[in-house]
Ligand binder design. Structure first.
Ligand code: URA
Length: 184
């Protein structure tokens, strides 16, 4: 078993009370897309970016002129972080905590080391900080600008779900996405 598979097994054991959603897709050194953490649909199907988030992803792919099958897709945190809604008493998604993110960074680093992507596209603040290892960076300052780390290009984008209700941000996001072509 390779190191990545062995590491996944360790996480499965450690998080035996949770359903983990691992990365999937093309592993030939192309584009790696990294989100924050799975949501409800992702947890249900065991795959990243399906359901509502998958729709966002499809829009993203169309704008970028890319195909889902040409990407490797993963998240920083591999389980669905939830809290309980005061209104409905149901589980709702929440941003992963600092500790949860830190705990999953070694797995993300191993994915990157194993698959050696040419370009990493981060969606939102969580993967931007996790991949660069720099907690002071923010997506507002970094979006659409290449960051180089260990000979890998990182292209930070807003998280598509966060731009839905903000029209001006949506235009910026769309422009950033279109520019991906320059770097692949
Ligand atoms: N949002 C993410 O960041 N990742 C997913 O897999 C789904 C929604």
């Amino acid at each position: 078993m390779d190191t990545l598979e062995a590491l996944k097994e360790e996480y499965i054991k450690k998080y035996s009370d949770k359903k983990l959603v691992f990365g999937e897709g093309k592993t030939d050194g192309g584009i790696m897309l990294i989100g924050e953490a799975p949501g409800g649909e992702e947890e249900k199907f065991g795959r990243p970016f399906v359901g509502k988030a998958g729709k966002n992803l499809d829009e993203f792919l169309e704008l970028a002129g890319l195909d889902r099958s040409s990407l490797y897709i993963s998240n920083v945190v591999k389980f669905r972080p939830v809290s309980i809604s005061e209104k409905t008493g149901r589980f709702i998604n929440r941003t992963p905590s600092k500790e949860e993110i830190e705990d999953f960074v070694p797995l993300l680093m191993e994915e990157i080391k194993t698959y050696k992507p040419r370009l990493i596209v981060t969606l939102g603040n969580v993967p931007l900080k996790a991949v660069t290892g720099n907690n002071r960076l923010s997506i507002g300052q970094c979006h659409g600008k290449i960051i180089e780390k260990d000979n890998i290009k990182i292209y930070p984008l807003y998280h598509p779900a966060s731009v839905i209700y903000n029209r001006s941000l949506k235009a910026v996001y769309a422009q950033d996405v279109k520019e991906i072509k320059k770097y692949i």
